[in-house]
Design a binder for this molecule. Structure first.
Ligand code: FES
Length: 576
């Protein structure tokens, strides 16, 4: 029997012997909780993003049961609670609009309830950063458990990957290379099990970040959702969180600058999603670590991509797990001086203790550092008059010959303008042009949609053009690829120079020099700026308005300005 612990938050609810204690205990007893469970054992919240509107997280009730069993085995008191769940495929205008709202839900749900520690269940893209951001601001002992990737897609004898093959197949359909029937058949073949996208897209990237930050248990990133070992990991997390509470290891002791620097390098080594840049900055600033865009460029230099996974490569997350998963990658970094080895992880060991002996079973999937899959794979941070506060490009997903390129701008004022004109054979565009998309940033879309990887015009696709330089203030799906400049800051809707670009302007990209320039004289830009009008909020009330008025730019993590930082888990006053 666990001993009474007056230091626990939950004691301020369940340890009371007055009318409040009656109220706090009695209603919880309505599902059969016995009196002796209120004896001062750690109360663990299981923060669940299960939702049928988030297809990637629909197995989370099962995972929650395994976490619950682990908590009970370790002498804890599990209480599961739902929070806003963000489904990438169904939620419009973009799940990213709601990441900060969901993080508020998480933070306040933790703080307002009798919880001593929390296990976060997350899978689909935005469910991971929203939960970690909220938990970081509440700062209790916390373990992240990812739902795991789906099994590999299988289509006519070949492997197909979430997202990555959606983009390629939709281009093939538009170019007339495949039929509509084939397109429909592929839909059924691609997502055939529980789990999140099984490419190294944003979900797999963020699950890897959770492991690299030390917030998840070793192996968290890659165990397939339907592999029994995913449930074993969930159970182990349930057992461990109880001890983490007893050891008083709060999340901020894990989320140190060293942990973020490890995560940045791991992201480069896995060819991870560009979305990790925004999410890691937002998470870091919740916990007081001032992560900057340049940290990604600086720390990623000299890091090579070690994994041959889509969208940068050939294989899928299932193959990655069988090859050794993230531990094998972390070992390579640690052995080559690219890891803060002493960074603490939630299992109580350092990241190096966890991974120093990790095996690799397949060198076609996980490459050694000295003979990498792709060289220099970090995120490149661009500056210039078109992006004075920064923009990013993922060189490992880009075409090498386009990394230094000058071309004529073909401008789309917003995403509707793009859809209206891109298929028009009369569009004046050739493969040397630079496609520019405006008004898709945090305020402009709103929510900074994943539309930066604009599909190419069909007339060029039919001529065999496979890539062009594209520039926008949008994000890009982690499963996408191409020579795509993203996250231009300030965005067009905030009056950034992007809003001033006109058809026919020359734009110069030089990734080696980290430059993105709009080659238009300053006087002309000043004239154009005089004509610009500040946009109005897309809705004049509710969350959309709050978001529009308070969202930060991409280089600052696109958090709401008043959410940056943490308030901790103080116990609010009684409720009656
Ligand atoms: Fe959920 Fe890709 S749609 S992870």
């Amino acid at each position: 029997m666990a001993k009474k612990n007056p230091e626990l938050r939950s004691t301020k609810w369940f340890g009371r012997q007055d009318i409040y204690g009656f109220i706090y205990r009695s209603w919880v007893k309505n599902r059969g909780v016995p009196q002796d469970q209120f004896d001062g054992r750690p109360v663990i919240g299981i923060c669940n993003t299960w939702s049928e509107l988030t297809p990637c997280n629909t197995h989370f009730r099962t995972i929650a049961e395994h976490v619950r069993n682990g908590i009970l085995e370790a002498g804890g008191f599990p209480l599961e609670f739902p929070v806003m769940s963000l489904g990438e495929t169904l939620l419009r205008p973009t799940a990213m609009l709601y990441r900060n709202l969901a993080s508020m839900d998480v933070e306040e749900s933790i703080r307002g309830n009798p919880i001593d520690g929390v296990v976060l269940l997350m899978g689909c893209d935005k469910t991971t950063p929203s939960l970690v951001m909220g938990a970081a601001s509440a700062n209790l002992p916390t373990i992240g458990v990812s739902g795991g990737p789906m099994l590999s897609g299988k289509y006519r004898g070949t492997d197909i990957g979430s997202g990555t093959n959606v983009w390629s197949m939709s281009e093939d359909l538009r170019a007339g290379k495949i039929s509509l029937d084939e397109f429909h058949e592929a839909e059924s073949c691609m997502h055939r099990s529980h789990g999140h996208c099984m490419t190294m897209g944003t979900a797999s990237t963020m699950a890897s970040m959770v492991e690299a930050l030390g917030v998840g248990m070793p192996g968290n990133a890659a165990i397939p959702a339907v592999d029994a070992r995913r449930n074993v990991l969930a159970r182990a997390a349930g057992r461990r969180i109880v001890d983490l509470v007893r050891e008083k290891v709060t999340l901020s002791r894990v989320l140190t600058r060293a942990a973020f620097e490890n995560a940045i390098r791991v992201n480069a080594a896995i060819g991870g999603s560009t979305n990790a840049v925004i999410h890691l900055i937002a998470i870091a600033r919740r916990t007081g670590v001032d992560l900057k865009l340049e940290d990604f460029d600086r720390l990623g230099r000299g890091v090579h991509c070690l994994v041959n996974l889509m969208p940068s490569g050939q294989y899928l997350m299932e193959d990655f797990y069988y090859a050794g998963g993230l531990p094998a990658v972390i070992r390579e970094l640690g052995a080559n001086g690219l890891l803060h080895r002493n960074a603490l992880t939630v299992n109580g060991k350092s990241i190096w203790e966890n991974n120093k002996s990790a095996p690799c079973w397949n060198r076609k999937v996980i490459f050694p550092f000295r003979k990498p899959f792709k060289k220099n794979s970090g995120i490149a941070v661009l500056r210039g008059n078109l992006c004075p506060d920064g923009a990013i490009i993922k060189p490992s997903a880009a075409t090498p010959r386009l990394m230094k390129h000058k071309g004529r701008a073909v401008v789309f004022e917003n995403i509707e303008d793009f859809h209206r004109r891109i298929d028009d054979p009369r569009l004046v565009i050739d493969k040397s042009c630079v496609m520019v998309l405006k008004n898709c940033g945090p305020r402009g879309y709103p929510g900074m949609a994943e539309v930066g990887n604009m599909p190419l015009p069909p007339k060029l696709l039919k001529r065999g053009v496979t890539d062009m330089v594209r520039v926008s203030d949008a994000r890009m799906s982690g499963t996408a690829y191409g020579t795509v400049v993203l996250h231009v800051a300030p965005e067009a809707a905030a009056g950034g120079a992007l809003v001033l670009v006109e058809n026919g302007d020359a734009i110069e990209l030089d990734v080696a020099k980290r430059r993105l320039q709009l080659l238009v004289p300053e006087e002309e830009l000043a004239r154009r700026r005089e004509r610009w009008k500040q946009p109005q909020p897309p809705l004049d009330r509710g969350y959309w308005r709050l978001y529009f008025e308070h969202v930060l730019q991409a280089n600052d993590g696109a958090d709401l300005d008043f959410l940056v930082g943490k308030s901790g888990a103080f116990v609010p006053r009684d409720n009656h």
